[in-house]
Design a protein around this ligand. Structure first.
Ligand code: GLN
Length: 291
C-alpha cells in the first residue's frame, strides 16, 4: 500500500493499531512499543523486521482479532515470552511456558563466566535447569561438552528436553527430576568439570512486578526470607560433585555477593565475582583449593 496510508488511516492499518496498542500498554510495560510489535509479528507469523518492512499497511479483521487476543493477555501483565511461547537468550530461541523462569539477560553474564572458566570438553551439571537455557547454551557453544540438567519440576524438564531437541543437542544432555533439598538427590550423577546454577534467590517479601510475581513459577524465584536458602543447601554439596580442578558458576542477586561468598568460603571454595552489563555483581565462580 502507498506509504501515506499508514499515516492517515488510523486503526485500519497495522501501523495505526500498533500506535494505539503501544499507548494502551504504556501503563503495563516499560517496553510498550516493542511488545506491541512482537505481538503483531506473532499474530502475523512473521519476524519483527518483516513486520516493520512489509506489513504495516491495511489490517484484516481476522488479524486484528488475533492481535487483540494477544494484546489482552499482555494488558493483564502476562509476560511477552509466555504469550509468544519463546524467549531469545544470547543467540538461541528457547521455548518457555509458565513452568519455567523466562531466561533473562542477567543470566548471559552467568553463561559467559562459565564459558570463560570451563574447558571446552566439560562434563556439565546444571542445577535447577528450568528451560535449559544455561546448560544448552553452554553445550551449543562448546561442541565437545555434554551434560545433565536437574530440576525439582518435571514439567520444567519437559520444556528443557523440548529445547534440547529443537536446538539439535539430543544425546548431549540428559534431564532428571532431582531436588537438592532431598537427601540422596545427587546419587549416581557422577562428577563434573562444571556445575552451573541459577537457583531461586529472591527474598520472600521482595517487591516484584506483577508480570513476574503473578506469572513466573514461585518455585524458581523465592528462596526464604533472605533469598539465600538454596545457596545454603546447595553449595556445601558441590565439592563432592566436582572433578579435581572443576568449577562451579552460580548466578546471584545483585546484593548477595558478600553473603554467598561467605557460604562458599566455608565450604572451602575460592570465589571470583563477575559483574553484569549494569556493573552489578551477578555471577560467582567457585574453585576448590588455591584457585
Ligand atoms: N533475576 C530474577 C529476578 O529478579 C530472579 C532469578 C532467580 O531467582 N534465579 O526476577
Amino acid at each position: 500500500s502507498p506509504p501515506w496510508r499508514t499515516e492517515v488511516a488510523g486503526t485500519s492499518t497495522v501501523a495505526g493499531v500498533l500506535r494505539a496498542a503501544a499507548q494502551q500498554l504504556a501503563g503495563t510495560s516499560d517496553t510498550a512499543r516493542l511488545d506491541a510489535e512482537l505481538l503483531m509479528a506473532h499474530a502475523l507469523g512473521v519476524s519483527r523486521s518483516d513486520l516493520l518492512l512489509r506489513h504495516m499497511g491495511a489490517i484484516s479483521p481476522a488479524l486484528l482479532d488475533r492481535f487483540n487476543h494477544l494484546l489482552d493477555r499482555r494488558l493483564r501483565s502476562e509476560p511477552v515470552a509466555y504469550i509468544l511461547g519463546y524467549q531469545e537468550f544470547r543467540d538461541l530461541n528457547f521455548a518457555v511456558n509458565a513452568h519455567v523462569l523466562i531466561p533473562r539477560a542477567d543470566s548471559e553474564t552467568t553463561l559467559q563466566a562459565a564459558l570463560d572458566a570451563a574447558p571446552g570438553s566439560a562434563r556439565v551439571l546444571d542445577c535447577g535447569t528450568g528451560s535449559g537455557a544455561l546448560l544448552l547454551s553452554f553445550l551449543h557453544e562448546r561442541p565437545g561438552s555434554s551434560g545433565i540438567g536437574i530440576d525439582a519440576s518435571a514439567q520444567a524438564l519437559g520444556v528443557a528436553a523440548c529445547n534440547c531437541e529443537s536446538l539439535g543437542l539430543t544425546g548431549r544432555a540428559q534431564f532428571f527430576v532431582r531436588d537438592w533439598n532431598q537427601p540422596g538427590w545427587a546419587e549416581q550423577l557422577g562428577r563434573f568439570d562444571l556445575i552451573l546454577s541459577n537457583p531461586p534467590y529472591v527474598e520472600a517479601d521482595a517487591q516484584l512486578d506483577s508480570s513476574v510475581r503473578d506469572f513466573e513459577p514461585a518455585q524458581a524465584l523465592f528462596a526464604g526470607p533472605d533469598g539465600l536458602d538454596d545457596y545454603r543447601a546447595l553449595i556445601p554439596q558441590l565439592p563432592a560433585l566436582l572433578e579435581p580442578g572443576g568449577v562451579a558458576v552460580l548466578e546471584i542477586g545483585a546484593t548477595q555477593a558478600g553473603a554467598v561468598t561467605q557460604i562458599a568460603t566455608q565450604s572451602g571454595f575460592t570465589v571470583q565475582c563477575h559483574e553484569d552489563l549494569g556493573g552489578r555483581p551477578r555471577a560467582l565462580v567457585l574453585r576448590l583449593g588455591l584457585g
